[in-house]
Design a protein around this ligand. Structure first.
Ligand code: ADP
Ligand code: MG
Length: 650
C-alpha cells in the first residue's frame, strides 16, 4: 500500500482512468453555508485525466473507503490558490480552489509543494476546457460573502484577473505530438481585457460611523446597547449579522447589523420617513391616526424611489381617503410631486409641501411615523448564541400542530416574543437538522421568518423562531381578509418574492413553498418559513413524491417526474402560491387527486385565472409555470416585475 499521507503518485503513461495524482486533503463541505470546524473532512483525492474523485478515508489503516463525490475535469473553469483565512489551523494552511459548475470546491493540502503539484497538474488537464474563467476570487466564500470583495452573491463575478491564464502551461510530451487548434479561451489571452466595472460600493466597513435606527438592549454580556439616533463606530464585521462596534463613550460590544444604517439617503433622520413600508401598511397607519393632512414618506415599490402617502378626512360621515404621490426625479436630478415645483432635495420638497398644497389634495399637515414601532428581528438572540437555554423560555399558548408536532407561542427571558416548535420524537432527523440550523441562523431577511436558535440538550428538541401574530398565510387569506384589493394581494406576493430572491441568491432551495409555509406579521407583512426543512422530515408520506403528504400541487413536472429540485422549482411553487393568494386560499386543482395531477400537469394542464386577478396578474403566475425550468423567471426577475406593476398602479 502506498503511503497516502504525503507522497504523490504520478504515472508516466496516461490512459483515461490512470491515476495522475493521489493525496489526502482536508475538504470543506460545499453544502454548508456556515463554516465551522465540522465542515472540514479528510478525504482521499484521486485525479485521473477525466475526473477528480474523492473518498472517505481511514487514517488509521491508511485505507480508501466509500466514494464521496466526483468532479468532471471538463467542467472545471478555474484552479487557483486561495489566501488562507486568518488564524486558520495548521492543517488548513495550504488551500486551493477548484471552480466548476457547482461552485468552488475548497481543498487544503498538507504542504505547499503538494498544493503546487495539484494546481500545476490540474491547470494542465483543464487547459482546453470551455468557459475557463479570466477572473476569480482570491479569498474564500465564507458565511455568505466573498472575503476578498465583500460581494454577497455566490455567483458574483471574480474580482481579480488571473495572472496566469488557466491553460497557460507548457504542454506535456504526449500532447505536443498532437497540437490542438487554439480555443477561444486561449485566443482571449492575447487580447486586452475589457475595462473593469468599478467595484460595488461595500456596505459599512470597519472604521465607518453608523446611526442606530432602533433601540437594542443587549441580550448577552458581549453585546453593546444601541440608543436610537446615536452614532457608533464599526470595529469589526464578524459576520453579516453581527458587528463589533463602539459607542461614543468607548464602550465596545456586538450589535445586530440590521439595527444601524450608514446615513445612506440622508432621510433616516426625518421623522416623516418610514423605510420598508408598503402602500397598504401606510394606509393602515394613516387611517389609524385619522388626522386630516396626516402624511409620511416611504420607499416606493420601485427600489430607489420614494412616495408621499397623504390622508384626508372626508366631510361629515364619509370616511377619509389616502392619496399616494410618487416623488419624481427630473433629468436635472431635482424632485417634484404633484406640480412642477422642483426642489434639489427631498427634505426641501417636503418642507415646501408642508406649507403649500400646490396640487396635492391638501398640504402635508401632520407627520405620522412608525418609528417607535417594533424593531426587526436579530439573527439569533445575541452574538454567537444559537443554543438556547430552555429555562429562559415561558410557554404562553398553543398556536397549532404541524408535521413535527406542537407549536407554541412564548417569551424568551420573559420579554421577547418567540414561537417554539417542539419536535415530536421520531419526526425529524435531528442531528442533520442541528448541523443545518447553524446555517439557517445566518439567513436573515425581512421576509423570512427568523430562526433564533435551538434547544438540543433535551428531548424533545425545540426550534425557536420569530413569532408572527397573524399566523399562517393560508388561514389569513381564508378567514381574515375583508375584500382585499388586487394591489394588497400583489404586495403580499411581493413580500414572498423578496424573501425568496434572498434565498435564491444564497443558493438555498426551499422545497416546500406554499401559502401554508408563510406567516403574516402584526402589520400584514408576509414572511416565508420552513425553508429547507423538508429535508429533515422522517415520514415517507411527506418525502416521497408518491406519498400522500408530498406537495404535488405545488410541484413542477421535473420534480414530479425526476425529483429535480432547484430555485426554479421554487419559482413554480411561487406561481401556485400566488394563485392561492388570488383565490383567497383555495386548494389548487381542487377536483383532482395527486395521481391525476401528476399526469395532467406533466401533460400541460395549468391552474385557471382567479377572478381577483386580471390578465396582467395572471401572466405573472403563468410565466412561473413554464414547462422548461430555464424559461421560468428568477425570483429576482419576479421582484422587478411586481415592483413595476405596483409602481404603475399607485
Ligand atoms: P410544521 O412546519 O411543523 O408543519 P407549522 O409551521 O405549520 O408546523 O406550524 C403549525 C401552526 O403553528 C401554523 O399553521 C401556524 O398557525 C402556527 N405557527 C407556526 N410558526 C409560527 C410562528 N413563527 N408565529 C406564529 N404562528 C406560528
Ligand atoms: Mg410548515
Amino acid at each position: 500500500m502506498r503511503n497516502l499521507r504525503g507522497d504523490v503518485a504520478v504515472k508516466a503513461d496516461w490512459t483515461m482512468s490512470e491515476k495522475l495524482l493521489e493525496n489526502v486533503f482536508m475538504k470543506r463541505s460545499q453544502q454548508k453555508k456556515k463554516t465551522s470546524p465540522l465542515n472540514y473532512k479528510e478525504r482521499l483525492f484521486i485525479l485521473t485525466k477525466n475526473k477528480i474523485s474523492y473518498y472517505d478515508y481511514d487514517p488509521e489503516k491508511g485505507k480508501k473507503k466509500g466514494l464521496k463525490g466526483t468532479v468532471d475535469v471538463e467542467k472545471i473553469k478555474c484552479v487557483e490558490n486561495v489566501c488562507p483565512e486568518e488564524n486558520s489551523p495548521a492543517e488548513r494552511q495550504y488551500p486551493f480552489q477548484i471552480i466548476y459548475d457547482e461552485g468552488p470546491l475548497y481543498v487544503f493540502a498538507k504542504t505547499d509543494k503538494i498544493r503546487e503539484q495539484w494546481i500545476h497538474k490540474l491547470k494542465q488537464v483543464v487547459r482546453f476546457n470551455k468557459d475557463l474563467m479570466q477572473k476569480y476570487h482570491p479569498c474564500f466564500w465564507v458565511d455568505s460573502m466573498w472575503l476578498c470583495c465583500q460581494q454577497e452573491v455566490k455567483q458574483a463575478l471574480g474580482c481579480r484577473v488571473l495572472e496566469t491564464h488557466n491553460g497557460a502551461f507548457t504542454r506535456s510530451r504526449r500532447e505536443s505530438r498532437k497540437p490542438l487548434p487554439p480555443t477561444p479561451a486561449e485566443e482571449k489571452i492575447s487580447r486586452p481585457l475589457p475595462p473593469q466595472p468599478p467595484p460595488r460600493q461595500p456596505d459599512p466597513s470597519p472604521g465607518m460611523t453608523v446611526i442606530a435606527e432602533y433601540e437594542y438592549t443587549p441580550m448577552t454580556e458581549q453585546d453593546l446597547q444601541l440608543r436610537k439616533g446615536e452614532e457608533y463606530t464599526i470595529l469589526e464585521m464578524v459576520d453579516a449579522n453581527w458587528w463589533r462596534a463602539s459607542d461614543q463613550y468607548g464602550k465596545e460590544g456586538y450589535i445586530p447589523s440590521n439595527y444601524v444604517v450608514e446615513a445612506g439617503n440622508g432621510l433616516e433622520k426625518f421623522d416623516w420617513y418610514c423605510s420598508h413600508m408598503n402602500r397598504s401598511q401606510a394606509e393602515n397607519l394613516l387611517r389609524t391616526e385619522n388626522k386630516d393632512g396626516g402624511f409620511l414618506v416611504r420607499d416606493s415599490s420601485k427600489a430607489g424611489k420614494y412616495t408621499v402617502s397623504l390622508f384626508t378626512k372626508g366631510g361629515g360621515d364619509t370616511p377619509g381617503s389616502c392619496r399616494h404621490y410618487n416623488i419624481c426625479p427630473t433629468p436635472q436630478s431635482q424632485f417634484y410631486v404633484a406640480e412642477k415645483h422642483n426642489f434639489s432635495t427631498i427634505p426641501d420638497l417636503i418642507n415646501y409641501h408642508q406649507h403649500n398644497a400646490a396640487g396635492m389634495v391638501s398640504r402635508l399637515k401632520y407627520i405620522v411615523s412608525n418609528r417607535a414601532m417594533n424593531a426587526p428581528s436579530t439573527a439569533g438572540l445575541g452574538y454567537g448564541v444559537w443554543e438556547i437555554d430552555p429555562r429562559h423560555l415561558t410557554f404562553i399558548k398553543e398556536l397549532g400542530n404541524g408535521q413535527f408536532g406542537v407549536v407554541k407561542y412564548g417569551k424568551w427571558q420573559g420579554q421577547h416574543d418567540v414561537a417554539i416548535k417542539m419536535i415530536k420524537e421520531g419526526s425529524m432527523s435531528e442531528d442533520d437538522f442541528i448541523e443545518e440550523a447553524k446555517v439557517m441562523m445566518k439567513l436573515r431577511h425581512k421576509n423570512l421568518v427568523q430562526l433564533y436558535g435551538v434547544c438540543t440538550k433535551q428531548r424533545p428538541i425545540y426550534i425557536v423562531t420569530e413569532f408572527l401574530s397573524n399566523g399562517c398565510l393560508l388561514n389569513y387569506l381564508r378567514e381574515d381578509l375583508n375584500h382585499p384589493s388586487p394591489i394588497r394581494l400583489l404586495e403580499m406576493c411581493k413580500d414572498v418574492t423578496e424573501g425568496m430572491a434572498y434565498l435564491e441568491a444564497q443558493q438555498y432551495i426551499h422545497r416546500d413553498l406554499a401559502a401554508r409555509n408563510c406567516l403574516v406579521d402584526y402589520n400584514g407583512t408576509v414572511k416565508v418559513t420552513d425553508f429547507g426543512l423538508s429535508r429533515y422530515v422522517l415520514d415517507d408520506e411527506y418525502t416521497s413524491s408518491a406519498g400522500s403528504k408530498f406537495p404535488v400541487r405545488w410541484s413542477p413536472p421535473e420534480v414530479l417526474l425526476y425529483c429535480k429540485f432547484s430555485s426554479k422549482s421554487d419559482v413554480w411553487a411561487f406561481g401556485v402560491l400566488m394563485w392561492e393568494v388570488y383565490t383567497l386560499g383555495r386548494m389548487p386543482y381542487e377536483r383532482l387527486n395527486n395521481t391525476e395531477i401528476v399526469e395532467k400537469v406533466s401533460g400541460g394542464l395549468r391552474l385557471y385565472r382567479p377572478q381577483l386577478a386580471n390578465e396582467r396578474f395572471y401572466s405573472i403566475m403563468t410565466i412561473c409555470w413554464q414547462d422548461k425550468p430555464d424559461e421560468r423567471p428568477t425570483f429576482q426577475d419576479l421582484v422587478g416585475t411586481i415592483e413595476d406593476l405596483l409602481y404603475e398602479l399607485q
